[in-house]
Design a protein around this ligand. Structure first.
Ligand code: PMP
Length: 363
């Protein structure tokens, strides 16, 4: 299909065309069942297979060790901001957060409602244009956990190395905008969570990867649906799951596998973003990258131009040429290109060419 837009949306975001076509083929009649996957019981064999395969593929492709649970929940990453402290806070042990931008701020705000928090580090003084590192991050030895936002979707910054944590302090990462975009050593984490709608599928399902021993921390009074142990014990089928979204995640995981797995995806992603970062760096200041180079995200490329009028012109002209989603988040302005796993190389080279051409005409 040649009428696909150059889709740089921040989320929900581009899905692989092959996946959409496969879903279309199976849409009305799922593998001869005489109905779509959405019309089936979540207790049926075909759906159970989808659920199991999605979990198994994620384990295999992401190298998730056996002592971790993989759960498919609802409520988005925003619900995880509250569910994590509800389940993992321990009396007299503060929850530690690294403040790196808009999403980290939202995460800490929820934890503050529920218990004591400390800031283990912050880049607020630099307008969140970088990720604090090394000695800038101090985690109390008695912290209940350390929470980091692996990729700040709005500011366009990303951890290159995750902070070291004291023994007995689990590291928790919000990977909503970079899950499975590069290999990570899962055993370093207590919990990884992410909404699916950027790198793994449509909205509606939230992935939680959790070290099993942490399931035991949950206080008795936490309601059933908000407890990780409920979902872990029931294989993510305690109640009606977002079945179509989980099915789509399964297809996207198969697509990742067919492309050579997460390492191959990471290489492809680096090649894609290089095209755009090179266009920024080679522009002699016409385009100005927001993130400091050592913290630049491979998922969300943020940049500004000399004034807002020119940025508006850029958006208008890009839209006329088939580019979608290049406007920066309303809270920070400027421009942003989100280059998640499913954004084709071709979209990125087209954007780099457009940027060059726009500069030639307006520079
Ligand atoms: N964390 C990050 C890093 C995000 O980018 C987002 C969504 N843009 C969220 C959390 C919130 O996710 P949701 O909309 O699924 O609640």
């Amino acid at each position: 299909m040649s009428n696909r837009a150059y889709n740089f949306n921040a989320g929900p975001a581009a899905l692989p065309l092959e996946v959409l076509e496969q879903a279309q083929q199976q849409f009305v009649d799922f593998n001869g069942a005489g109905m779509s996957i959405m019309e089936m019981s979540h207790r049926s064999k075909p759906y159970e297979q989808v659920n199991d395969q999605a979990q198994a593929l994620m384990r295999k492709l992401y190298g998730i060790p056996d002592d971790y649970e993989v759960m498919f929940l609802q409520g988005g990453a925003s619900t995880q901001f509250a569910m994590l402290p509800m389940n993992l806070l321990v009396p007299d042990r503060p929850a530690a957060y690294v403040l790196t931008g808009s999403w980290a701020q939202k995460a800490v705000k929820e934890a503050q409602l529920l218990g004591e928090t400390v800031l283990a580090g912050s880049s607020e003084a630099d307008k969140f244009n970088r990720i604090p590192k090394g000695a800038e991050i101090n985690v109390p030895a008695n912290a209940a956990y350390l929470h980091v936002t692996s990729n700040e979707t709005i500011e366009g910054t990303q951890y290159m190395d995750y902070p070291e944590v004291p023994a007995d302090v689990p590291l928790i990462a919000d990977m909503s905008s970079d899950i499975m975009s590069r290999p990570v050593d899962i055993s370093k984490f207590g919990v990884i969570y992410a909404g699916a709608q950027k790198n793994l599928g449509p909205s509606g399902v939230t992935i939680v990867i959790m070290r099993r021993d942490l399931l035991e921390r949950c206080p008795k009074q936490v309601p059933t649906m908000l407890r990780y142990d409920t979902h872990a014990k029931n294989g993510s089928l305690y109640n009606t799951p977002p079945s179509f979204s989980v099915y789509m995640v399964q297809l996207v995981l198969q697509w990742i596998e067919a492309r050579g797995g997460v390492e191959a995806i990471a290489r492809i992603n680096r090649d894609k973003t290089k095209l755009i970062y090179d266009a920024i760096d080679g522009s002699g200041g016409f385009y100005r990258g927001f993130a400091s180079p050592e913290s630049r995200s491979q998922m969300n490329i943020t940049f500004r131009m000399q004034d807002e009028a020119l940025e508006k012109q850029f958006i208008a002209e890009s839209e006329a040429q088939g580019f979608v989603g290049l406007k920066g988040h309303r809270s920070v302005g400027g421009l942003r290109a989100s280059t998640y796993n499913a954004v084709p190389h071709e979209s990125c080279s087209a954007l780099a060419a457009f940027m060059l051409d726009f500069q030639r005409r307006h520079g």
